[in-house]
Design a protein around this ligand. Structure first.
Ligand code: 13P
Length: 322
């Protein structure tokens, strides 16, 4: 296994996502703060300088502006792998209301540049919205073709690609529908990755958990979530994939962490696949941290304590011992 994948699979650790660009603006606003690059830098420094971060976090996903202002340096000093989100967001798919991921143009040159900043792994996110008619077959194929082209380019540059086909939690669909769509998308993804000769042993899958839609009014117990999530992965992800990481997708921190714990526990008991499992949360790891900080220097250590407690909890969930 590639050394970076091995580092990212370290026991008790997972990946911290800090790469959102629109989401972070919304979260600043919700905490009563106006987003500005300087304030964002101070917030990321607060997170990355948290004591013992390296005991819980194996890698951090940065965005373009964060890597370019040198935030990766703090991580490098702690022995944490530097990741970079390389997709460039969404655009309309063939003038329909489906939103496809863009960013393949000049990706090769951009990757060279990110390597200079120390990046060893990358992320590309595609989103799949569930409705009665969505996602359409054409959309699924084209969105995943772009994702596979990205993965191939990244491997050719000697870096590890994270492929993230996110089936959205938004909507009022059933859990069965989420399972159906997630299975279909993942099967198609691995078909295309194989067609394009992407090396599955040197790749990480970032997946949603299988859940009923956020507006469905149904909340599933962690054991049910773990059963449907692991069944879905077993039916669609080849055993060659070394590591699957989960996004939190808009679940509360509590939900995401307890669901992860149950998924890991059940996989240890029943061994659904050859892959290892951990977290790559953004919102669920940072919940409450901004509110406590409020942009004020005097609140830094209190905010770091909230973050640190969260890290200790998710680290236990990562080994199914919460
Ligand atoms: P959330 O955990 O907030 O869903 O973010 C993970 C991520 O990287 C989405 O692209």
């Amino acid at each position: 296994m590639n050394q970076t994948v091995q580092q990212l699979s370290a026991s008790r650790k997972g990946i911290l996502a800090t790469d959102s660009t629109k989401g972070i603006i919304r979260r600043f606003e919700a905490a009563g703060l106006t987003f500005a690059p300087e304030l964002d830098k101070r917030y990321k420094e607060l997170l990355f300088n948290t004591n013992n971060l390296e005991n819980y976090i194996s890698g951090v996903i940065l965005n373009d502006s964060n890597i370019k202002i040198g935030l990766g340096e703090i991580l490098k000093q702690k022995g944490i792998e530097i990741g970079i989100k390389v997709d460039e967001g969404l655009e309309s798919f063939n003038n329909t209301d489906e939103q496809i991921t863009k960013g393949l143009e000049v990706l090769s040159e951009r990757l060279e540049n990110y390597k200079k900043y120390g990046a060893t792994f990358t992320k590309w996110r595609g989103v799949f919205n569930i409705s009665d008619i969505h996602p359409s077959d054409n959309f699924i194929s084209e969105n995943l073709r772009r994702m596979a082209d990205y993965a191939k380019l990244v491997q050719d540059k000697g870096m590890v690609p994270i492929v993230e086909p996110e089936v959205l939690y938004d909507g009022n669909h059933t859990n069965a529908r989420c399972e159906e769509v997630t299975t279909k998308v993942l099967k198609k993804l691995f078909d295309i990755l194989k067609e394009k000769d992407v090396n599955l042993t040197n790749l990480i899958l970032k997946s949603n958990m299988v859940l009923p839609g956020k507006d469905s009014g149904v909340t599933m117990m962690p054991l049910e979530v773990s059963n449907s999530t692991l069944r879905t992965l077993q039916n669609s992800v080849p055993n060659d994939v070394p590591l699957i990481v989960f996004l939190s997708g808009g679940q509360t921190s509590e939900q995401a962490i307890f669901n992860l714990n149950e998924i890991v526990k059940l996989n240890i008991e029943k061994k659904f696949g050859g892959w290892d499992l951990t977290f790559s949360f953004e919102r669920a790891l940072q919940e409450g941290v901004l509110d406590v900080w409020c942009g004020k220097e005097e609140n830094v250590s209190k905010a770091q304590e909230v973050f640190s407690n969260r890290l200790q909890k998710v680290s236990k969930a990562r080994i199914g011992e919460l």
